[in-house]
Write a protein that binds this ligand. Structure first.
Ligand SMILES: C[S@@+](CC[C@H](N)C(=O)[O-])C[C@H]1O[C@@H](n2cnc3c(N)ncnc32)[C@H](O)[C@@H]1O
Length: 293
């Protein structure tokens, strides 16, 4: 079957199947084969690779992934799209379609269901998606904190979110998302994508980013849940000093001040100036002080 990634073929398929792209599901289909190819190529796929795709839509990206990977597992929430997908993917024997909600999927179990569990050593795989924008952050949190055997993620996201993933201390885009992404992965920009290559057109431009999973987190943060609580507290009230922002953790002031002194972090600084290492040191110092109480 010819690629569905052209305006003519996408529109014809939408009409033929009586589909109405749902905004509530983030349905903006790619209609530019050149962009589709660049996204798939960014994942560096070969015949030995398994790739999971979230939200295949009409199959534009799936068709290309199937050309390059050994096995493609595509999870689509909208059952109305499944019949269109069966048609656009009918000559792709290496694609497995799964109807379901990616937010609820245990990706390792899903892959093991098709590939076996590797005799206890779960197979690794890549993840590629033109993400539905309305759930970008929860999906990303699920993918990263879920500790799945994903080695690389190539994701198309709203440009603004992409810049937040890559932001460094001191920039206006730097926040909790930057820390979570950089803690677990090494992010890089692959490509800027204008809104004109989608049907229907979204209201914003997009960015394709590649996240390479680190073998070990970027820093040793001690208790991870606590580390992320500290990070969220620091950024929830960005304009406050760190000392005031961390009040929301419910800890006594003297303890906060002692931990800041131990970590070498000035209480008057703002959270948005702290590096990921400084957050980790602060979080560990707070944990130590709490244990000593
Ligand atoms: C931006 S579209 C991308 C479609 C296609 N991959 C493309 O590039 O043309 C997002 C897709 O994700 C699907 N989707 C939305 N929420 C989902 C979820 N929770 N789990 C799986 N798929 C979801 C939508 O139905 C839609 O097909």
């Amino acid at each position: 079957m010819d690629s569905v990634a052209t305006p003519g073929r996408t529109l014809a398929l939408v009409r033929e199947k009586g589909l109405v792209p749902r905004k509530s599901r983030g349905q903006n289909f790619l209609v530019d084969l050149n962009i589709v190819r660049k996204i798939a190529r960014a994942a560096g796929l070969g015949p030995d690779d398994t790739v999971v795709e979230i939200g295949p839509g009409l199959g534009a990206l799936t068709q290309e992934l199937a050309e390059q990977a050994g096995l493609v597992i595509a999870i689509e929430i909208d059952r109305d799209l499944i019949s269109a997908l069966k048609e656009t993917l009918k000559d792709k024997a290496n694609v497995r379609l799964v109807a379901g909600d990616a937010l609820k999927v245990d990706f390792d179990e899903l892959v093991a269901g098709f590939k076996g569990d590797g005799g206890g050593r779960l197979p690794t795989y890549k993840l590629v998606a033109n993400l539905p924008y309305y759930i970008t952050t929860p999906i990303l949190m699920h993918l990263l904190t879920g500790k799945f055997q994903i080695t690389e993620l190539v994701l198309m996201v709203q440009a603004e979110v992409g810049y937040r993933m890559l932001a460094l201390p001191g920039s206006k885009d730097y926040g909790s998302l930057s820390i979570v992404v950089q803690y677990y992965t090494i992010p890089a920009v692959i490509l800027k994508v204008p809104r004109t290559v989608f049907y229907p057109r979204p209201e914003v431009d997009s960015l394709v980013v590649k996240l390479t999973r680190r073998a070990e987190p970027a820093v040793q943060a001690g208790d991870e849940d606590f580390f992320f609580r500290v990070v969220r507290a620091a950024f929830n009230q960005r304009r406050k000093t760190l000392l005031n922002a961390l009040d929301s953790l419910g800890l006594e002031r003297p303890l906060l001040l002692k931990a800041m002194a131990v970590a070498g972090v000035e209480p008057r600084r703002r959270g948005e100036t702290l590096t990921i290492e400084e957050f980790a040191n602060l979080s560990k110092a707070l944990q130590q002080q709490m244990e000593r109480r």
